[in-house]
Structure formats: structure tokens, C-alpha cells
Design a protein around this ligand. Sequence first.
Ligand SMILES: Nc1ncnc2c1ncn2[C@@H]1O[C@H](COP(=O)(O)OP(=O)(O)OP(=O)(O)O)[C@@H](O)[C@H]1O
Ligand SMILES: [Mg+2]
Length: 269
Amino acid sequence: MSDREPILETRGLRKQFGAVVAAAELDVTFHRGETVGIIGANGAGKTTFVNLVTGYQKPDGGTIRFLGRDITGQGPRHVTKAGLCRSFQIPQVFGSMSVADNLLMAVGIAEIGWLTAGSPLEQPRRRALVEELLATYRMEPYAGHRADLLPQGVRKLLDIAMATARKPALLMLDEPTSGISAVEKYGLMDIIMAALRAQQVTIHFIEHDMEIVGRYAERVLAFAAGDVIADGPPARVLHDPRVQELVIGRHEAARGVLNHAAPPAESGS
Ligand SMILES: Nc1ncnc2c1ncn2[C@@H]1O[C@H](COP(=O)(O)OP(=O)(O)OP(=O)(O)O)[C@@H](O)[C@H]1O
Ligand SMILES: [Mg+2]
């Protein structure tokens, strides 16, 4: 994938909370169009990495470049505007509003900011964008439903659809399938991946389910104690002995959950 344009580059990225090293001098380069799965045990530093590059936390050291621009130390509003967006472990939706109104709000905020996003002067164009998002994320049947009464999977879709209202170049998803039953995860991931690819958004996703990682990621980044301990195609990373010990656990590895890891995807170019 190294022939592709770099989209995100960190050099010496550091973050510490007291004695806990949450990001240990991270040097990583990601490319446009590369679907990256981020794995690691609880507390390994996955969310911290996303928080640092999206501006939700300030690094103690190091640099972050996004699409060739230095964004080190910039806050979430600037980073989002530059085209790097994220979703959260817990979906961030307006519970008392309908799905369609949540999307309308997101589209409005993306265009003009918080204060006037709910203005009654909503142009038909914004409604058309909402219709497009409803279709892309297969949420038409839920358009009029209150967000806090949605099935968890649909709430996740809504959260992700809202995060794409700004048309990001890169979207980082923090555990898109958490709280979703094993049988529903694949359907949900299929919709998310197809939608984001149709929107030409590069996807990074944090995931604990190794079958999902093996199925959807073409590159896997494994974290342990704030450091990247393996980085490469899923077939290699998921079978790495250190990853099996520190991330997956012997029990799961022995159970054979890795048999589904897809072979490395070809770039085709
Ligand atoms: N705001 C904070 N204050 C203090 N410690 C923090 C803070 N955020 C994270 N940490 C610590 O940094 C380490 C990395 O946390 P992080 O949330 O990045 O882990 P994670 O890999 O996302 O884990 P999980 O799979 O549980 O979501 C942990 O030891 C965590 O307790
Ligand atoms: Mg986390």
C-alpha cells in the first residue's frame, strides 16, 4: 500500500497519564484508501491514539501530519474541518430527536456551526443530503424514530452517518460493533464499510472481535501498553505470537478464532 498517498503520519507521538504510558513514541504512516483495524487489550492505548490524532487530547510530544499538514496540538474543531473525523465508543446522538432531525442537525453543524444549525431556514438541499445519508446507511425505515429508542445497531449507524456529514477524508471509528450481538455484527459492518467506501472515506476502526478484524481490515495495528507491537496484513499480525499473547489471549487463539483472517488484500495497482 506504500504507493498510495500518505493521509496520516505520526512521529514520536507521546502521551502519559501519571505513570501510565498511553502512547509511547508512535511512528506510524497511514495511506489514503487503506482500511485499518486497530486492536489491543483493554487499556492498551487505542482510544488514546484516536484522541491524540483527532485533537481531543494534547500529546506530550511528537508530531501529527494529516494530508501533508501539521495538525499537532490543534483542537477537534480544526482537525474535523481539515477532514479527520471520528466516532465514539458510546454513540453521540441527540436522544429526543428523530433520526432524520439528527442528520439534519449534523449537516447543518457541518455547514455553518452550532448556533444556527437548528435554524428554520433549512434549505431543501440539506434535506436532500439527509435523504442521501438515510439511503446510504439503510436507515429509511427509522427516519421518524426517536434516536434514544433505536436498536443499538441503528444508533451506531446514525452516529457514523452523522460523523460523515462533514465529508471527512478519514474517519476513525471507536468500536463500531461494541454492544452488538455476534450475529448482527457482520450485517452492521457490511453497511458501514459499503457506505464509507461509497462516500470515499478512508476507514480506521478499533475492534475487539478478531473475526471482524480479519474480515474487514487490510492492515492491522496492534497496541500493547501504549506501543505498536505489530503492524501489517491481518494474516500476519493476527498470528504474531506477541499479538496472540498480549492482545488476543491464549484461550481465544486456541479456540481458533483466527482461521477466518483473510489473506492480505492486493492493492491492484
Ligand atoms: N483521561 C485519562 N486520565 C488518566 N488515564 C487515562 C486517561 N485516558 C486513558 N487513560 C489511561 O491510558 C491507558 C490507555 O487507555 P485507552 O482508553 O487509550 O485504552 P483502550 O485501548 O482504548 O482500551 P479499551 O479497549 O478499554 O477501550 C489506560 O491505562 C487508561 O487507564
Ligand atoms: Mg477505548
